[in-house]
Ligand binder design. Structure first.
Ligand code: WAQ
Ligand code: MG
Length: 635
């Protein structure tokens, strides 16, 4: 058979006389047998049940009308009430004054096979059979003729074809539709003027009631022509999403509604574009703001020597490495950086990663696997949590810094190949320290591996900025993670451990193996910053002095604040209050972010100040004053 003529293939399935499903296509003759078979398969697999009767009708069609698809847009509705209100206002926009009565008619209708045909002004029903309604049939998406029908109903793709045909019918001014599928809550209002407007929630999930109303004008005395067009004129809709394509209708709604929920709860976040060098002052939309939230604790990202080293490295080694570390991506500076890190932190060996996040995910997921147990502090950073999840090991979460709880869990954890105790060194949202000596002692007692993430401790904690071990004057953990991205002012993460563990990571850590090697600029900047930290340990002392000055300034204004690091949390509780306080501080040109769920638990939202050695005392004093004012005004 040739491509012409086209055939209409219709399937209708029922059980005990009750309708189960129906579908139709318009296809080339040679595609008709396959299409018929596919529609039968679809009917037999219908979630509503197996039909006892399937009728198929294959009819040659001629005089096919080609019409354009209505333009599609989506209205997000959070609740059915919302959705019905949106539908009403869209109908009004389409010129229908009695919109609310029409919505009420639809909600009150009994189940029908077809649609009501209702006069827009008198609300009189014009279809001859009120039980059945008018059925729009003989239509398909143009361009779908060569393709098999999908195995399941694609609500959107079928509805846009139907609505486009209906909108083209003589006398039709609008349509409203709610699906009768219990789990399909998206409906629409359509009209030639406003297009196809999807409404993401028209009913509660599980509700099996739906319906359609075709709204018309000027055909009360002779609706036959319109009904004939709807039921009999073959139409191909141009530019509709192909029936076999999933389109984005399956997932766009769920994304929209999640975003809306986040907005409603005060959890919406977006990026902010800052001008100037990283540091204590940034330009934001044309004004200068004081930055009290940077991780650049020592002001090295903006240090001219560090920047120069990065620039020189780009000229000497290239902008990127164009290879993974195990292939072509290891340059002399990678080896140099790792030697220097090991030396500075007093470890046998070190391995660098492109980010601190990757260092945690890459080390934890390599060290622990199925058959192992990870014991993890409840306030550990997201990168640790993600590493634990990715590892496939059993995970047991112990109470924050509670060594009694950790001991209890270790003592009950027999039968594992490896046991790994993981903790932030400095807790990133609270600024407190893990009790490293006790943690290491417990690990030794129970034969567990100790693992500390010193990301916020490097350059901050310990006399020379060497982290928790230096601070406590104790051994370092078996595995210590650090970052190049915070006080060292560059970018990247690293692991310090024994040679054996580092060799293991090189062979086992997938983020290490399958990532491009860190760029020469980042590596060279880190080396230069490490040199500065070694040569100028007074920077760490200056940072400590600034932190003490700032917390004392707050205390003088009646705000208790303490920290063991450079992170000063001001816990406010409610997410919206924290967001509001942050916004008011921004109005006064202080950038202090509100930290909210999921970064911290729900109800523990806070302002998080990060102090830097680069801050001037006057700026810190002014910030303390602004914080006190804002909090007092909001109380
Ligand atoms: N002609 C007229 N009315 C019909 C037809 C038809 N061919 N098919 C169904 N109806 C009526 C009938 O009363 C149904 O109860 C009601 O419409 C709903 O039909 O963009 O799935 O097939 O994601 O359940 C909208 C897609 C999906 C929204 C609508 O309708 C989107 C849907 P259903
Ligand atoms: Mg349905």
């Amino acid at each position: 058979m040739s491509d012409r003529p086209l055939y209409s293939v219709k399937m209708r399935a029922s059980r005990d006389g009750a309708h189960i499903s129906g579908a139709e296509r318009i296809v080339a003759g040679k595609a008709a047998p396959e299409t018929a078979a596919a529609l039968v398969r679809r009917a037999m697999a219908h979630p509503k049940g197996t039909p006892d009767s399937i009728s198929l009708k294959v009819v040659e069609t001629s005089g096919i009308l080609h019409i354009p698809a209505l333009p599609v847009s989506t209205e997000v509705a959070a609740t059915p009430e919302d959705g019905l209100a949106v539908a009403e206002s869209l109908l009004r926009k389409a010129g229908i004054a009695r919109a609310s009565e029409i919505v009420a008619m639809l909600k009150g209708s009994r189940p029908m096979r077809g649609a009501m045909l209702v006069d827009a002004d008198s609300l009189v029903r014009l279809e001859p059979d009120h039980e059945r309604g008018v059925r729009a049939t003989c239509m398909d998406a143009a361009g779908a003729q060569g393709r098999l029908p999908p195995t399941a109903k694609n609500h959107y793709a079928e509805a846009i074809v139907l609505a486009s045909k209906v909108a083209a019918a003589p006398g039709i001014v609008a349509e409203i539709c709610i699906s009768d599928d219990p789990d399909y809550v998206t409906g629409y209002v359509a009209s030639p003027g406003i297009g196809y407007r999807r409404i993401t929630r028209m009913k509660e999930p599980g509700d099996p009631h739906g319906g359609r109303i075709f709204i018309c004008r000027g055909i009360s005395s002779s609706p036959d022509e319109t009904i004939r067009f709807l039921e009999e004129t073959p139409v191909l809709v141009e530019g509709a999403t192909p029936l076999s394509g999933v389109g984005d209708s399956c997932w766009r709604d769920s994304i929209d509604s999640e975003l809306k929920t986040m907005r409603g709860r005060g959890l919406w976040r977006s990026t902010r574009v800052l001008g100037g060098l990283p540091g204590t002052v940034a330009s934001l939309a044309g004004r200068n703001v004081a930055v009290l939230s940077s991780n650049g604790y020592l002001g090295l990202a903006e240090d001219a020597r560090v920047r120069r080293a990065a620039a020189d490295a780009a000229m000497q080694y290239g902008a990127g490495t164009a290879g993974a570390r195990l292939t072509t991506g290891t340059f002399p500076i990678h080896a140099e950086l790792e030697e220097r890190l090991a030396e500075f932190f007093g470890a046998e060996a070190a391995l660098s990663f492109a980010t601190g996040y990757m260092a945690n995910v890459g080390a934890i997921s390599a060290i622990a696997g199925k058959g192992d147990l990870i014991l993890s502090d409840e306030l550990n950073h997201a990168s640790i949590i993600d590493g634990c999840r990715l590892s496939g090991a059993d995970v047991s979460v112990y109470r924050h810094c509670d060594m009694g709880d950790l001991r209890g869990k270790l003592s009950q954890a027999g039968g594992y190949r490896r046991r790994l105790v993981v903790s932030d060194g400095v807790f990133s949202m609270d600024g407190d320290l893990a009790p490293l000596p006790e943690l290491i002692a417990l690990c030794r007692e129970y034969g567990a591996i100790s693992y500390i993430d010193d990301a916020h401790a490097v350059g901050v904690v310990g006399h020379g900025g060497r982290g928790l071990a230096e601070h406590f004057g104790c051994d370092r953990a078996d595995i210590t993670i650090g970052t190049l991205s915070k006080s060292l002012g560059s970018e990247g993460g690293f692991v310090c451990a024994s040679r054996r563990v580092i060799d293991y990571l090189v062979n086992r850590s997938r983020p290490f193996i399958f990532s491009t090697a860190p760029s020469p600029t980042a590596v060279a900047a880190a080396i230069a910053a490490l040199q500065i930290l070694e040569d100028e340990p007074w920077r760490v002392g200056k940072l400590r002095g600034n932190v003490e000055f700032f917390t004392a300034s707050l205390a003088r204004r009646g705000i208790p604040a303490g920290t063991d690091s450079a992170i000063v949390p001001l816990i406010l509780g409610d997410e919206k209050i924290a967001a509001e306080a942050s916004a008011r501080l921004m109005e006064r040109n202080f950038m202090i972010p509100a930290i909210r769920y999921p970064t911290v638990p729900m109800g523990a939202a806070r302002l998080r100040v990060a102090v830097s050695a680069a801050h001037g005392r006057d700026m810190l004093a002014a910030a303390a004053e602004a914080i006190a004012d804002v909090l007092a005004a909001m109380r």
